[in-house]
Ligand binder design. Sequence first.
Ligand code: ZN
Ligand code: ZN
Length: 419
Amino acid sequence: MTRIIEGLIGIHDILPGKTGQWHFIESTARKVFESFGYSEIRTPIIERTELFARSIGESTDIVEKEMYTFTDKGGRSCTLRPEATAGIVRAILEHHLDSSEHTSRLYCFGPMFRYERPSKERYRQFYQIDVECFGNPGPAVDAEIIFMAMHFFKELEIRNCSPHINSLGCPECRTAFRESLSKYMSGVRERLCPDCRRRLETNPLRFFDCKNCTDLTRQAPLISEFLCAHCKEHFEGVRKYLEMLQIPYVVNPRIVRGLDYYTRTIFEIVSERLGTQKAILGGGRYDGLVAQLGGKDIPGIGFAIGTERLSYMIERPEERFESKPRIFVASLGDEAGKLGFKLANDLRTRGIQAVVNYNRASLKSQMRRAHKMDARYVLILGDNEIRSGEVVLRDMQRQSEEKIPLKGILDAVIMQCRS
Ligand SMILES: [Zn+2]
Ligand SMILES: [Zn+2]
């Protein structure tokens, strides 16, 4: 026997049975984001490597070790996108959309790629829902985007989650903070894990993301002690607007987020389901990024949600999102089989989900199939019924039957199915 070829490690399929739930997530996202004035953008999954190196930062874990990078046949270094923001900013600049009011609020859905150690909840190809808002320095819009995310979760019936917020300051206040943090880390150098010893040289902020050094991060200096007057005022503004929108939040001065481009407000929405805290959304402000990628000095803020993790948070069972046939067309005999085939296809063109029997199966086994598929109606066609000019339509839910004349059967069945 020929061996089957399996998918790559950490790269998964989203199967029928699950996709109904994903449609629900995506259609809810569209509805919520569009009512806040956002439009969809679809950017490619592949970009020049340079784009990510310049935006995410050379010394981040993503760029250093997690990117899917290869040289194409033309000798260009290409990378499968590890996140969406850089590509969206690139598209805005390339198409000169940076001055248009219409394109200042964007969202996108799609796969991202990171070569990480795969686990039950971590994939190498994973999906994100991404939102970006350009041109507004905040702080009102910062609170608004958090409010929108919370409203999205509410529409998905995800409860017990709250925003955790922090300010990373601007380049000025962050320089002082970075110095103080480096000093602290140098002082405890011997106790740092090997990764953090390296981070001390390249990117000390990333120390706060370390899972091996939590005892040490607890005593480290915090960015909040170093914020300049403008950044402090901005952060107080975000809090004031969140209170105005009646969103309870937690200030967590240890959130730093894994990307270099963030400035000022950063946030996570943390779920406390099943007693464990898990971030289901992460985002922040990136006021310098557009200019860093060659555009005007346009501020931005956005967030990303991992669709896989989000789908685990949805409490409604997956079957509830599956589409079911409205009608099963059962047939016995050759003439009935042909009539059923034609009828089912006509029903489908009128928007009614119909399944038709193709086998020489008994009526009993066809009824069993219809029941298993949870079809609401079964139309029973036999050669005898056709001769008599009347067929049976069974309502599986009410467990009742009615006879329908063959003449005008299509319209009669459609009327039943739509009622
Ligand atoms: Zn500042
Ligand atoms: Zn560490």
